[in-house]
Design a binder for this molecule. Sequence first.
Ligand code: 6CS
Length: 344
Amino acid sequence: MSTLSTLKKMVLTAAMGLTLIGQASLAAAEEWKFALEEISGSVQDAYAQKFKQLIEDKSGGKISVTVYPYGALGESEDLTELVANGVLQFTHGSTGILGSTAPGMQVFSVPYLLSQDNAVNLKLLTESPTIYGPVADKLKTRNLRLLSMYPEGDMVWTTNKVVRKPADFANVKMRVMASPMLVETYKSFGAVPTPLPYSEVYGALQLKMIDGQENPVFAIEEMKFYEVNDVMTWSGHQQFTVAVLSSESWYQGLPAEQRALIDETVEELAPYIFETQAKYNDERLEKIKQAKPGIQLVRLTEDEQAAFRKASQPMREKLVQLAGPEAGSVLKALEQEIMELEKQ
Ligand code: 6CS
């Protein structure tokens, strides 16, 4: 055998060896799957990408995180189900939609609940004894572990006509997430609520099957709802709030250091995502203004907001009717916690 072919053989053997080592280490990497209710570039994506980076770095590459954007695996309800069944390890769950699993979660659909001060909301959503006590316990009965919660920005109405008072909502078909509390809220505001999946909103607006919808600004931009509506209204009635969930049994089956890794990462992510969502919402508003200079931007005055607040007052009673006395107790406890945090 010539020296050249011996050399070639040695190089090939070494390369194969390296490939095998590579494959072995790839096989050794544990994969955690994280699903989103939103597309790439969204606030939930920012959360999951940072989570991925931190987990992969801190585990020294032993764990890899795969992020599945909206559309890859299904609607919000499907994602929660997949996590509860242990097919996926992590997901985001909108509070409106989670209400069917944990009635206490419907509380976040009560208008004007959260503080105007996001420092208060940060503390509430990450440390509340009510949220991480009775509400989280209820989710555990469905094999869901509540890891964290955060707001994704103020809900903004997009419509084709200006809405400044409940009477302006007469005959306006407003798309809402599939939540009985949201349906009732929009009835109380004077609108005609129409539950639809997120993926169908653009088409329904375009075909005039609905007249408007509510979502944070970043979502209005990336889902292009501003293209098919002419008015954006800051009503001040709510922030879009989401829960970060994992499978409870899967989490409990992890070695203690991996559980600690998740807990510490989620804690580290809370201030990051509070800042990021605000930045995304500001930046995306500029993008909308550039893309559609004619869009009408309306901010309800205090007095105008008060009329919607008054109209939606019966929602507190409705919450108890729809979600049971347990949800009523959660509402009272959270309001008390918010009041105390606001005093600090
Ligand atoms: O409106 C919705 O259905 C969706 N909106 C946002 C901002 N995130 C997920 C949710 O499903």
